[in-house]
Design a binder for this molecule. Structure first.
Ligand code: GLA
Length: 738
């Protein structure tokens, strides 16, 4: 067993090792900490020597090529930096020949010491419901400014078996005057000099995670979010690989993501030498944070690594890491339940009778979790009123939620409820009582989106009040699932927290969730933000699944889910079957396709199931039963993305159980003309000499094939369906060793 973190005192070299990759940096004679290398291992041993020969070339003037591990503003660099700090000019430092009262925007960090511990954690880490993992070593390198007693601790945690590095930074003001921080990255990651292509989620509401690939050219390519949530238009995750040299299954692919649900920034800086630096941290265009003497701040984590087996290799490492180390463990067991959500059935037209009726039908077709969406609380008849008043509307539920929950429980299902705790409608009791509780600039107009304003989570009294309301709701009712929504971006970010609100909002949000999850261990939370606007490794350490998009059109969803699955695993991806004529797009899509697409993640039903013919309901029942038969593989297996819809043809996913004895093959044709034949997609990671029996949802046998054949000749066509053409648009097949 090789040490994952070593320090060579002679060369002052830090070497971090995972099973298949390395990351190295060293301390120079002048105390600067510089990056040495990051990449895939080519052998089990790695000895690095004569490192002076690998200094990046200087250009323009001295040191511009130097790869500072964590570049600071004010030091020699003329490039983008990881940290910007401002010190007041100390009276004692006023020399006769120096300007007076010029704030010192000059930070020069030099190595002081380092230690290896097993207890350190990133900021905003969830403390509950986690996998009891064996403690992992953390390297902490302390840097200090050359003049001020201002410390920056760079932390590195290694998960060797998954090739994952996590980094975060702690800043400490050990000086006697306040320090203002105007930019703070969780990490700067250096890539070897090369030409790169970046793959990242792009999109908008209803089109989340539709990924784009772009070539990086000299200069800075910024990705960022300004809206206060994680964002629909971009996601704090990426894959990056040398141009033209990585495919789905081969080639070096670097990857990364950030565990933070607020305004984030990722800046890809390509230097004139083609050296690349990635700075990931708080979005800083309107950010600052003041540390009083002896105050510290610890950032959330930047997660990254490198895969030598292409984009799918990168995705699989991230999925495994999220499954094992990020997603919360539910008290209800490892499998996510089949959910019913009535939003698209009734919208705001909620009544006790209708909910009871839906619950009975849902239970009859096999639903396990019945969730009441928006419209159940005081005064909420439409989206103009009620947000902020988290008490049950007595006009709809005269005896409260108890009779409905009792019936849902009697039917054998759990009960869930929609909430949007960070928001308030001006037409609400909460707002009338506390109009000052929202983000706003005094005397200036308060712009409403969807008739709502955002509560100021920079105030602890506001955070506590919201916690108390949700606490009462959970104390009084047997609710074990919240769909936690956030339906607007910020416009006027005036807060008690000043320009630190970007961080404090997230801290307040996580705090409310953490307190509730601790007090109610049977509670599970789903993250939603107008669909997939809040999906990241921070929220997903509290919420076991995310609502991927409000767009439930199965054909659109193929692209959305293909993109989502580049970074996040199927058990975090909630997907519903909704109406034949889709409510968002008006497209008519057959039931088979709607199910085949929704069964790729956590299955939900959003159809008005009381208004469909009995034979259709029977189809729902059978398909849900089939999903239950395959979900331990879909949710718990390893995902191989065999083809992406974006490339035309079909989107093809294959999940493989940990023992490789079971697999689920899912194909959805997105584009096929008559005469267009899809390939026999070659399967992955089966047991070569085992025989697999292939069955469909009817338990019809499609044949017996050896693992080796399925992995070489590929997945066969079948006599019942014929080979997939434009007339058969999708299929889900279970493979099990006989
Ligand atoms: C958001 C969610 C939807 C639904 C509505 C309710 O748009 O994404 O699923 O819950 O809010 O208002």
């Amino acid at each position: 067993m090789v040490d994952t973190i070593t320090f060579d005192t002679g060369q002052r070299l830090f070497l971090l090792r995972t099973d298949r990759s390395f990351y190295a940096m060293r301390v120079l004679a002048d105390g600067e900490l510089v990056h040495v290398g990051f990449g895939a291992l080519v052998a089990t041993t790695l000895a690095l020597n004569n490192l002076d020969h690998y200094e990046e070339p200087n250009y323009v003037w001295e040191k511009q090529g130097r790869r500072w591990e964590y570049p600071a503003f004010g030091d020699v660099t003329t490039h983008d930096v990881a940290i910007r700090a401002v010190f007041p000019q100390p009276a004692a430092a006023l020399q006769q020949d120096e300007a007076a009262h010029v704030p010192i925007r000059d930070l020069r960090l030099r190595y002081v010491s380092h230690e290896i511990s097993t207890s350190a954690e990133p900021g905003l880490a969830a403390q509950h419901g986690r996998n009891p993992a064996t403690p992992k070593p953390v390297l902490c390198i302390t840097l200090r400014d050359i003049g001020y007693n201002f410390l920056v601790r760079l932390n590195y945690r290694v998960t060797p078996e998954l090739d994952i590095f996590e980094r975060w930074v702690e800043v400490e003001n050990a000086a006697e005057m306040p320090v203002t921080i105007e930019g703070l990255a969780f990490a700067t990651v250096h890539l070897p000099t090369d030409r790169y292509e970046l793959r990242r989620a792009a999109g908008s509401w209803g089109r989340e995670f539709v990924c784009v690939t772009q070539e990086l050219h000299q200069g800075v390519t910024p990705l960022r979010q300004l809206g206060l949530n994680t964002g629909h238009n971009a996601n704090p995750s990426f894959l990056i690989h040398p141009k033209g040299r990585a495919g789905p299954d081969q080639g070096i692919t670097y990857f990364g993501m950030m565990a933070f649900s607020g305004n984030w920034s990722l800046r890809f800086d390509v230097l004139p030498t083609d050296a690349v630096r990635i700075h990931g941290g708080y979005e800083d265009s309107n950010f600052s944070m003041t540390l009083k003497p002896s105050q510290r701040h610890r950032t959330p984590a930047f997660i990254f690594g490198v895969a030598e087996d292409g984009t799918n290799g990168a995705s699989r490492r991230l999925h495994a890491w999220m499954r094992r180390h990020v997603l919360p463990q539910s008290a209800h067991g490892p499998l996510r339940p089949v959910l019913y959500n009535g939003w698209e059935s009734v919208y705001f037209d909620i009544s006790m009778d209708k909910q009871l009726q839906l619950a009975r039908t849902a239970a009859a077709i096999g639903v396990e979790l019945f969730c009441v969406d928006d419209g159940w609380f005081s005064g909420r008849r439409n989206d103009r009123a009620g947000l902020g008043d988290w008490t049950v509307d007595r006009d709809i539920f005269p005896q409260g939620l108890a009779p409905l929950i009792a019936e849902v429980r009697r039917l054998g299902m759990r009960f869930g409820l929609w909430v949007e705790p960070e928001m308030v409608n001006p037409d609400s009791h909460l707002y009338r009582a506390h109009p000052d509780w929202v983000l706003h600039f005094p005397g200036r107009p308060r712009i409403q989106t969807r008739h709502q304003l955002i509560l100021d989570f920079g105030r602890s009294d506001v955070v506590d009040a919201i916690y108390t309301m949700l606490d009462s709701l959970l104390a009084e009712n047997d609710i074990t699932f919240f769909k936690w929504d956030m339906n607007r971006y910020v416009t006027e970010a005036g807060s008690a927290a000043g320009r630190e609100i970007w961080y404090q909002h997230v801290q307040g949000l996580y705090d409310v969730m953490d307190r509730l999850l601790k007090k109610y261990p049977r509670l599970d939370i789903q993250s939603c933000s107008g669909g997939g606007g809040r999906v990241d490794a921070g929220i997903l350490s509290r919420c076991l699944q995310a609502w991927t998009s409000d767009n439930t059109d199965a054909m659109d969803r193929v692209y959305i889910q293909d993109g989502f699955s580049l970074f996040y695993p199927p058990p975090a991806m909630e997907s519903w079957v909704t109406h034949e004529r889709n409510h968002q797009t008006g497209r008519v899509i057959e039931l088979d396709v709607r199910f085949d697409v929704a069964m790729r993640g956590v299955l939900g039903i959003g159809t008005n199931i009381d208004a469909i013919p009995a034979e259709d309901l029977e189809n729902y029942r059978r398909k849900i039963a089939f999903y239950k038969k395959i979900r331990h593989i879909v949710q718990g297996g390893e995902l191989h993305r065999l083809a992406e819809g974006q490339n035309g043809g079909a989107s093809v996913w294959q999940s493989v159980s940990p023992d490789r004895r079971e697999s689920v093959y899912s194909v959805v044709v997105v584009q096929a003309m008559q005469g267009h034949h899809l390939p026999f997609y070659r399967l992955r990671n089966l047991i070569p000499d085992a025989t697999y029996r292939l069955t469909d949802e009817w338990d019809h046998e499609l044949g017996h094939f050896s693992g080796a054949q399925l992995m070489t000749l590929g997945m066969p066509g079948d006599q019942r369906h014929g080979h997939l053409t434009c007339s058969v648009r999708s299929r889900t097949v279970l493979l099990a060793v006989v």
